[in-house]
Write a protein that binds this ligand. Structure first.
Ligand code: ADP
Ligand code: MG
Length: 243
């Protein structure tokens, strides 16, 4: 399987605060990597460095072999290959679901409006919202909004999807539908990095689970091992609180 993401000795500081302290990571095609760890450990910062929403302080990030820290790299083109879904859906409130989804392909990829709308239909079906194309986000539940956000990302036809706690802002009864969409994506072979508190999802869908603490990957393993027999005391302590 080819390497989709390679991170080498990644450091990221905000002023004097070193948040990532040397991260090495490889994600292969079709792999689902789940990232867990306490609040403030640098999980979001790591994800944001993977599509240059944050500037890297030192180290290298490669997406399909392209070094994002190379000055010549076309970051907007790379970003079309790396979709990202946030905790707070960040939909455009004044635009319908359909318009939210078609904006990126039209603006960034130059797809015609007709084509973008045609392409959006199977994506809306995939997230179970084909009936909601013409409504505005305010009339949707949190879970539906998040599924629109996923659809909006998928409309760019990304090779990699990054999820940053996609269900953390949702009422518990709405979490399942979003996780189902993510599971379907994983089964279809999408390469995914998922920061999550949903240990059940990580256990079931993760090919690998990474435990981060204090800007370091403290431990990584297959879910069965990491959850069943964690080696690092910090992992043990964290899991004893969340499981
Ligand atoms: P996590 O997602 O694991 O909760 P974050 O990556 O959000 O952790 O944050 C890690 C640390 O980086 C925190 O101390 C946070 O305050 C700091 N941090 C994150 N983003 C910024 C920013 N834009 N400016 C300054 N500090 C930041
Ligand atoms: Mg975070």
């Amino acid at each position: 399987m080819s390497k989709m993401i390679t991170v080498k000795d990644l450091h990221k500081s905000f002023g004097k605060n070193e948040v990532l302290k040397g991260i090495d990571l490889e994600v292969h095609e079709q792999e689902v990597v789940c990232v867990i760890g306490p609040s403030g450990s640098g999980k979001s910062t790591l994800l944001r460095c993977l599509n240059l929403l944050e500037e890297v302080t030192s180290g290298d990030v490669y997406i399909e072999g392209d070094n994002l820290t190379d000055k010549n790299v076309n970051i907007n083109e790379v970003r079309t290959r790396v979709g990202m879904v946030f905790q707070h859906f960040n939909l455009f409130p004044h635009m319908t679901v359909m318009d939210n989804i078609t904006l990126g392909p039209m603006k960034i990829k130059g797809v015609s409006k007709d084509q973008a709308r045609k392409d959006a239909i199977p994506i809306l079906q995939k997230v179970g919202l084909e009936e909601k194309a013409d409504v505005y986000p305010e009339s949707l539940s949190g879970g539906q909004k998040q599924r629109v956000a996923i659809a909006r990302s998928l409309a760019m036809n990304p090779k990699i999807m990054l999820f940053d706690e996609p269900t953390s802002a949702l009422d518990p009864e709405l979490v399942g539908d979003v996780l189902e969409v993510m599971k379907d994506l994983a089964k279809e072979g999408m390469t995914m990095v998922v920061v999550t508190h949903e240990m059940g999802f990580a256990r079931e869908m993760g090919d690998r689970v990474i435990f981060m603490d204090e800007g370091i990957i403290m431990e990584e393993d297959e879910p069965e091992n990491l959850f069943g027999n964690p080696q690092n005391p910090r992992t043990q302590e964290f899991l004893s609180k969340v499981l």
